[in-house]
Write a protein that binds this ligand. Sequence first.
Ligand code: ADP
Ligand code: ZN
Length: 624
Amino acid sequence: MFRCDTAIAVYCLAMSTAQEILQSVFGYESFREPQSEIIHAIIEGDDALVLMPTGGGKSLCYQIPALARNGCGIVISPLIALMQDQVNAMRQLGVRASFLNSSLDITVARAVEGDLLSGNLDLLYVAPERLTQERFLALLRQTDIALFAIDEAHCVSQWGHDFRADYLKLSLLHEHFPNIPRIALTATADARTRAEITMRLDLDRAKHFIASFDRPNIHYRIALKEKNPRAQLLRFLRAGHQQHAGIVYCMSRKRTQEIALWLRDQGFTALPYHAGLPADTRADHQMRFLREEAVIIVATIAFGMGIDKPDVRFVAHMDMPKTVESYYQETGRAGRDGEPSNAWMIYGLQDVIKLRQMVASSEGSEEYKRAEQHRLNAMLGLCEITTCRREALLQYFGEPQPTSCGNCDTCLEPIDTWDGTDAVRKALSAVYRTGQRFGVNHLIDILRGAENAKVLQFDHHHLPIHGVGKDLNDTQWRSVFRQLVGRGYLSVDMERFGALHLEEKCRPLLRGEEAIMLRREAAAKPARQHTKTALPSDIDITLWEALRDCRRELAEEQGVPPYVIFHDRSLKDMCSALPRNSEQFGRITGVGERKLKKYGYAFLQVIGKHLQRTVGEAGELQSR
Ligand code: ADP
Ligand code: ZN
């Protein structure tokens, strides 16, 4: 006779409920890492801090527990513009969702409050300022609450760009509702932000869940600018993005306008977006990007925050972003739906010079400017490396990775290199011999044998490495150092004026046990495209288009973006599985019970017609 372990039994029950909701409501087969642990923790009543990249699947982590637990899940989000779409998407799945923010008129808001009080809501999205209103808190006290989800939790960070003063007050949730589980979510990776979230939101007892920041479906490509950058962009778009939604980032407002116009001449639907356009034009362009299917937004960095469109197939940079953080964030807007997508960028020396000048003439302190310059150099490092881009990108965020991803330009087309072993050893010795306390400029001065005031002041002209690097010029040395930083052999200490530090990884290089190849500074040959974004070859294009038409009509009828009806993934699945009845249709990914009822008939009709046509054609062929 064995005793049932209650903890395990409770766990199993919770997880079978979660699994059931995943399938019946969302129509998904299985959880992604680490969704199921997070969901389990919240269902059990624990707090959680979740770090997951964009597109990782954060929303499910609170949506499912909100459905599994008793009461309504309260989601705090700063992105008011998004709430309507989020609520629409939830309602499509049959979830009772609403939102409360300043855009609602009072009668609608009162009706939502009534639904909350009478237990008719599963999810309620609210703006942060509302939670600090005594009236709303009183309302919550009379309600069954399943959980609090604090989305975009990095908004509590006073160091970040998205700081929201109202977020600081959210610790009151813990004081007023100590027994309700809280889950804070963000896609901002760094340790400082994480610590700040923990402290400011009183989450010391929360379990931390850190997902990999890799976005395997994004193909990275970075190339040097040629004489005609627009032609490069056009080649890129024509090689697989004719019918796709995407974002083209440019450094200046003027350029966004010019390029948008020019793309329109080339037959694309392209719209500019920057902070200098009237608010209603911006809103209109953003809306068209979301609601129509193949719109390209040509934008400055003013565009992107809170864009939750899952089927952005490419992000193109016409100029180099300022930091690796921005590059990662901006490229991360591609492919949230997990389908193959491209992050494409061209850069040139001009970008670097312009960005340097922008930093130098900015308002910040000298210390700030130096830190920015070094962040800029790290971005350049990413451009120049000869090894896997993904590896470098992830290493920048402190995540060790296999050394070759097979889905970036450097992995797919090895580039022109030179044996930098000797130069690198000299560079690393210079860092070591000067106590890891100096930045690139000074180290190059020493290597090149300069005898300026700073060199003399520190007695560096007596070092054995002084002047051993005259064979390379200033630019070449800079490239050596940038590549070393970019590949993680050296790290930059922002707090100590950009001093370079040796990383563990460079030991074998210093000992002469390892050789290293460096990227040669030369214009890259026009790269072949490796776009996987085209449809798989087994998919019938006529059926695909017919399904898209069906989706578009349904979306227009309801005034929602097409992806709210079904993601591309689901349409592709329909094309290959060719379901003939509603039972088979229910097995398509993204088809839960509600969508089966609502849309099964319409899509099955389209598939049925297609099958008849192809059978007919086959019959005709046979009878000939
Ligand atoms: P995030 O908020 O982290 O950017 P989302 O929650 O919007 O990401 O999820 C990104 C996409 O992945 C959504 O379309 C979502 O429906 C889908 N998704 C999330 N979890 C799963 C899963 N377990 N299986 C299949 N698709 C998933
Ligand atoms: Zn790679």
